[in-house]
Design a protein around this ligand. Structure first.
Ligand code: DAH
Length: 343
């Protein structure tokens, strides 16, 4: 037993003499003395060899030893935190830190944010809807009844478990969701991902991104639509870019149009991007069909509206000349690193 007492005295001396300059050294101290396989635990383990009549006395000694080591640990920790001993530390505090690589935003996010910021300045709020959508919001409410031929234009992914649900084929579904909840005036845009069952190639993908716009109020006219989109194009691509509208067909708008802008690559002279026409289509649009307003109990005699839907990949292609849709989702760091938009 005398042995043990002596050993403890020895340990106490070492503990008092212990100094730490780094957190690693502090941790070494903790493991050596206070860890589960440390000296204090081991000394406690000796209790079982102590004769019964001496147990009380030894218990006290061991307890005091434990407290002694714990207090010294706290003391060392405190001195480290307060910066004592730092001058003698092996760490050179004047060295520059390790560089932390900063990521870049995805080009689609940059362009989406730019689009959102332009429309926000015109008073449009951002609305969102689910990507797994029901047939009603994606088709029927938008005037595409069950056997409407225009449903074929969009190859739809239906859910195996329940074919009443699908992956939305366009962000127009959010128009339906907003009109369901909100009454005019409505002025929203909806950026989001959409899905179509297309074979993946440079020009088609099974998912891509759109921004939908919807404005419903008293006296909203086609002239308002043209002016809004014209403003957008000038902000996005510059004042020299021209626009033109061509008549088109969408079940949810009447009249409907598609809008082209003069090719931003060749300036309208003709190149491979604009297929030598000088024009590139960027969106579909039109006046909200009265039937659609009625679907949501909005009186078409009192209110009119316009809507539009544009593809973000296309705008991105024109801005950055990205000619292969697959690049957006291949996660190639050499591609992604090139975009340094700040928004
Ligand atoms: N949803 C259409 C598409 O995916 C785009 C579109 C056309 C949206 C006309 C509209 C619109 O809101 O009015 O091709």
């Amino acid at each position: 037993m005398e042995d043990l007492l002596q050993k403890i005295e020895g340990y106490k001396n070492s503990i008092s003499a212990y100094g730490v300059h780094t957190t690693e050294a502090l941790e070494d101290f903790r493991i050596k003395y206070l860890g589960t396989k440390g000296i204090v635990k081991a000394a406690m383990g000796e209790m079982k060899n102590v004769p019964n009549e001496k147990k009380k006395e030894f218990g006290k000694v061991l307890n005091a030893f434990k407290i002694f080591a714990e207090e010294r640990y706290e003391e060392l920790k405190g001195s480290l935190a307060s910066g004592e001993n730092k001058t003698t530390s092996s760490i050179d505090w004047s060295l520059p830190g390790d560089p932390i690589p900063v990521g870049t935003r995805h080009p689609l996010s940059i362009v989406r944010n730019q689009i959102v910021s332009i429309y926000k300045r015109l008073g449009f709020a951002v609305a969102e809807g689910p990507e797994i959508e029901d047939d009603w919001h994606n088709f029927t409410a938008l005037n595409l009844s069950e056997n409407h031929p225009a449903r074929d234009m969009q190859d739809t992914f239906y859910l195996n478990q329940n074919p009443d649900y699908l992956l939305r084929t366009h962000t127009s579904s959010v128009q339906a969701r907003v009109m369901e909840k909100q009454k005019p005036p409505i002025r929203i845009i909806c950026p989001g991902r959409v899905y179509r069952n297309e074979t993946i190639s440079a020009r088609a993908h099974c998912f891509f991104h759109q921004v939908e716009g919807l404005y419903v109020d008293n006296n909203v006219s086609f002239a308002d639509l043209k002016q809004t989109l014209y403003f957008f194009v000038q902000e996005m691509f510059g004042k020299e870019v021209k626009v033109r509208f061509r008549p088109s067909y969408f079940p949810f708008t009447e009249p409907s149009a598609e809008m082209d802008i003069s090719c931003t690559v060749c300036g309208g002279k003709g190149c491979s991007l604009c297929k030598h026409t000088g024009w590139v289509e960027i969106l579909g649009c039109g006046m909200v069909h009265p039937k659609m307003l009625e679907n949501f109990k909005i009186d078409p005699d009192e209110f009119t509206g316009f809507a539009f839907g544009m593809g973000i990949e296309r705008i991105c292609q024109l801005k950055y000349r990205i000619n292969d849709l697959r690049l957006y989702s291949q996660n190639d760091i050499r591609f992604l690193r090139q975009f340094t938009g700040s928004v």
